[in-house]
Design a protein around this ligand. Structure first.
Ligand code: BTN
Length: 331
């Protein structure tokens, strides 16, 4: 058993028995000395988990689990759910997790490498907008993918990832999430999260894609800047006990892995089922113009198909559109 895998398996024993004791007999089957096991238990306690060690009964992990990112936990939980993307790094603070992931990619990180942070100094959104990232209140994470797709298929990643994020939030919090094209997550009409896909291409090939996820988890009304107050929300505004960021990230990777390997037409249908804008009038804003049309659905590349009042149908990619909003009035 390798150095890494016995620690992962030890964590697994604690996790699977939840608040119950794992007997020493079972723990010692990991093939490590009592001293090594106790040292590992102390390491986990230092990270913030609460463990109880009993000379007779064994060791148990106590609830509530801390809201921290710990590789011991993600390595086991991702591995056991069949997700091979188990390698990542968690920082207290970074400029932007997307930027940091690009750096790791330059140094040779492989598909599935991820970066998490408790805070971002310069969290970024689409079109140069910022992403408020206060310490511990939101989930800020990015993952590197090397899909080997054609560059023109890149928009599919935003669809696949945004759908995964919505499914993860729903699974962990029970809250229904609607999607806005191409990357917005809405909870009762207010923005609760967003996905930022940044790609590097070589000729017609998609060489590298960094998918960043920002979710507002614990913010309260006072945490928002004035301009965001009417439009932003967090999970804590809807549920008394919002999910741990680790649970959200693991659920996200699980869903992302599945959606990424699924036929895109299935993802597209699931994404469309969560979009309140389809078959409604939308106002499309781009750097050069603004127009109104009927949102028809997604193209097979993940673009938004819109029909103008003159009856012409356009497929719009995210590079051409700064914002899409449902409009009742047609303006
Ligand atoms: C948007 O709605 O415009 C997308 C927001 C994406 C924010 C996340 S937070 C983690 C990752 N790192 C960043 O700098 N941005 C994304």
């Amino acid at each position: 058993m390798t150095e890494q895998s016995w620690r992962r398996d030890f964590w697994g024993l604690l996790w699977e028995s939840r608040s119950g004791f794992v007997p020493w007999e079972k723990i010692l089957k990991l093939g490590r000395s009592t001293q090594e096991i106790v040292e590992e238990a102390f390491f986990l306690e230092k990270r913030g988990y609460t463990l109880e060690l009993s000379p007779v009964l064994g060791i148990r992990l106590l609830a509530p689990l801390p809201d921290i990112f710990c590789s011991r936990e993600w390595e086991y939980r991702l591995w056991i759910s069949g997700v091979p993307w188990v390698t990542g790094v968690a920082y207290p603070v970074v400029g932007s997790t997307n930027e940091e992931t690009h750096r790791w990619a330059e140094k040779g990180a492989g598909e599935g490498f991820f970066v998490l942070a408790d805070a971002q100094r310069q969290g970024r959104g689409r079109w140069g907008r910022g992403w408020q990232s206060p310490l511990g209140l939101g989930l800020y994470g990015s993952i590197l993918l090397r899909p080997g797709w054609e560059a023109r298929q890149a928009t599919r990643l935003a669809i696949v990832a945004t759908l995964a994020a919505a499914e993860a939030v729903e699974e962990t919090s029970g809250q229904r999430i609607d999607l806005g094209w191409p990357n917005d997550l809405f909870l009762e009409g207010r923005k609760v999260g967003g996905v930022l896909v940044e790609t590097r291409t070589q000729g017609a090939a998609l060489q590298e894609a960094v998918i960043g996820l920002g979710l507002n988890v614990r913010q309260t009304e006072e945490d928002w800047d004035e301009d965001l107050k009417p439009v932003a929300t967090s999970l804590a505004s809807y549920v008394s006990s919002p999910p741990r960021r680790m649970d959200l990230w693991i659920a996200f990777l699980h869903r992302l892995y599945r959606n990424y390997h699924m036929d895109f037409s299935l993802c597209r249908a699931r994404w469309e089922a969560r979009s309140p804008m389809l078959q409604r009038l939308v106002r499309i804003e781009s750097p050069r113009e603004m127009f109104v049309g009927m949102a028809l659905g997604l193209s097979e590349l993940g673009e938004l198909n819109v029909q103008t009042v003159e009856g012409r149908v356009y497929s719009l990619g995210p590079a051409a559109v700064t914002r899409v909003r449902v409009t009742e009035s047609g303006i």
